[in-house]
Design a binder for this molecule. Structure first.
Ligand code: GLC
Length: 561
């Protein structure tokens, strides 16, 4: 029998602390709010909490612009609160996982302030500086991921600095060994505090090409997405092996890196024994609607092709991690729309859609990551004007869509679908004021459906999305299906079906089979081997073997002889 590690058996829950629970009335969530809900998180089989950044930050990108890598932003509480959270979580057998944002810092980080002050400063070469072209323009035509040029002019140095993301997020110069040492030291600071792992942000961008050249423009602004020009630059793995050796090695933790664009064939270099990380978040199932990079204005929106696309890429990533590494299963995070809208037609009812995704998330091979609110079946929001949005990427993509000739109304429709604020509205705890999130004014509006989609309501209803998540989480961790769900090999079923996503998990003499209808029509399937299988879980009452009602999910178990 394979010996699997603690983080391969557990569920991870992602907390976006700003939107989780506000215990002070400030309108933004805090660390004590996370501590208060640990028992709730335990009911979802949570063994680790990934906290998005809680470090001091000017919050241009909601904490992904860090001005001190070893501090706590006062809006979230204090270092003592953090230590208490780690301790309280540990008492419940939950580890806290920190988000390491090491491609860039905030422009208010003392390192950058010093670096920008002159070419002779102590931190002069801690960031990426280049001279202007002879005509004074930016060194290359690269567009930052949030829109606009990836270069910003600095008067004091008479040079441009590079930022893959916002102007307020200058890229660190990983070629400088002092920079790398400082970053490793900060990560080790958190290991000493007792954290159980790291989610590593935007890691594919840390290595820059030797020469900076213009790229083929991909939009009306004459620029090219920087991602195409710098992601996965050869040599990046040397940095990452050093990172592993100086920080992760020898600790009983897990690492999961955000690695948009790493191809399945390269996976063995990145994960597993010979690789660098335990898991990689790759985005092939997140980018199905983007034929041309992540330009929202050029996205296809939902089409039935999304279903076959999803089937194909999920099967491919299961295959790619069958021998090497381990798959972090996720359908939502703080950067994505809600999954009940992502993979379903607009008129699909939310409850069955949410349960359909839960069925896959909690029975696929890998470690499931549940994003706050997903377990309640949250949908997207649609606010009237771009000013109502906080997400910096929504603003950039809106501008770009206008530049590409879209009308304001069309550009808003795009924002409604893809805005990261869809995932960032406050968590919904009760039917009371502000859904129990805050006694003050919430920093983003609470979703209008909160009375039916909140913990208070759903915990009492056996048919709710929350009850379904709890049921599946329990199946995965205890009882006769647990070994299969944790360790069983994956095999695709009904691969040719354009409507049903199905797979088996096989371990010893047991098999679990998950079937999900992604369409609004009744679908039938013929799987004679399920004749004697028993139903482990179903998203709707009175399910019938062989038939899936619109958006229905069924999960069977059988003994093989
Ligand atoms: C990652 C984060 C995202 C952030 C960006 C820049 O993609 O998930 O929220 O804006 O990196 O740090």
């Amino acid at each position: 029998m394979d010996k699997i590690k603690w983080w391969q058996k557990t569920n991870v829950y992602q907390v976006y602390p700003k939107s989780f629970l506000d215990t002070t009335g400030s309108g933004t969530g805090d660390l004590n709010g996370v501590a208060e809900k640990l028992d709730y998180l335990k009911t979802l089989g949570t063994g680790a909490i990934w906290l998005t950044p809680v470090y001091p930050s000017p919050m241009v990108d909601n904490g992904y612009d860090i001005s001190d890598f070893t501090g706590i932003d006062p809006s979230y509480g204090t270092m003592e609160d953090m230590e208490r959270l780690i301790e309280e979580a540990k008492r419940r057998d939950i580890k806290i996982v920190m988000d390491l944002v090491y491609n860039h810092s905030s422009d208010k980080h003392p390192w950058f302030i010093d670096s920008a002050s002159s070419r002779d400063s102590e931190h002069s070469d801690w960031y990426i500086w280049r001279d202007a072209r002879p005509d004074g323009s930016a060194p290359t035509n690269w567009r930052s991921i949030f829109g606009g040029s990836a270069w910003t002019w600095c008067e004091a140095r008479q040079q441009y600095y590079l930022h893959t993301f916002a102007e307020a997020q200058p890229d660190l110069n990983w070629e400088n060994p002092r920079v790398r040492e400082a970053l490793y030291e900060a990560a080790n600071f958190w290991l000493d505090k007792g954290v159980g792992g790291f989610r590593i942000d935007a890691i594919v961008y840390i290595k820059k090409p030797e020469e900076f050249v213009d790229g083929e423009p991909d939009s009306e602004d004459g620029m090219v997405n920087i991602h195409t020009m710098i992601a996965g630059t050869p040599g990046i793995l040397d940095f990452l092996h050093e990172f592993k050796e100086k920080v992760f090695a020898g600790h009983d933790i897990f690492t999961v890196a955000e690695a948009n664009g790493v191809e399945p064939k390269d996976l063995p270099h990145w994960v597993g024994e010979k690789g660098v990380f335990d898991m990689l978040f790759e985005f092939s199932h997140m980018t199905l609607e983007f034929p041309n990079g992540e330009l929202w204005g050029q996205a296809t929106g939902y089409t039935p092709a999304v279903i076959s696309g999803l089937k194909k890429v999920l099967a491919a990533s299961q295959k790619a991690t069958a021998e090497n590494g381990w798959y972090p299963i996720f359908f939502e995070n703080h950067d994505q729309m809600r999954c009940v809208r992502h993979y379903f037609p607009d008129d699909a009812p939310k409850v069955p859609a949410a349960k359909a995704m839960a069925s896959i998330l909690l029975t696929l091979r890998g470690t499931p990551f549940v994003y706050e609110g997903q377990e309640l079946g949250f949908g997207n929001v649609a606010w009237d004007s771009i000013e109502a949005y906080n997400d910096i990427s929504s603003k950039g993509q809106y501008e770009l869509a206008l530049e590409e000739g879209k009308t304001a109304a069309e550009a808003m429709r795009i924002v409604h679908r893809y805005s990261r604020d869809n995932a960032r509205t406050p968590m919904q705890w009760t039917r009371g004021r502000n859904a129990g999130f805050s006694a003050g004014t919430p920093w983003l509006p609470v979703h209008e459906d909160f009375a039916s989609e909140c913990v208070e309501t759903e915990a009492k209803d056996e048919e709710s999305v929350l009850s379904f998540y709890r049921h599946l989480a329990a199946l995965r961790q205890h009882g006769e299906a647990a070994d299969v769900l944790q360790q069983g090999v994956y095999e695709e079923v009904l691969a040719e079906s354009p409507a049903i996503l199905a797979f088996k998990r096989i371990y010893g003499r047991r098999e679990v089979c998950t079937l999900v209808n992604f369409t609004g029509e009744v679908q039938s399937y013929a799987l004679p081997e399920l004749a004697e299988a028993s139903l482990l879980a179903g998203s709707m009452k009175d399910s019938v073997k062989g038939i899936l009602r619109p958006f229905e999910a069924q999960i069977y178990m059988r003994e093989t002889r």
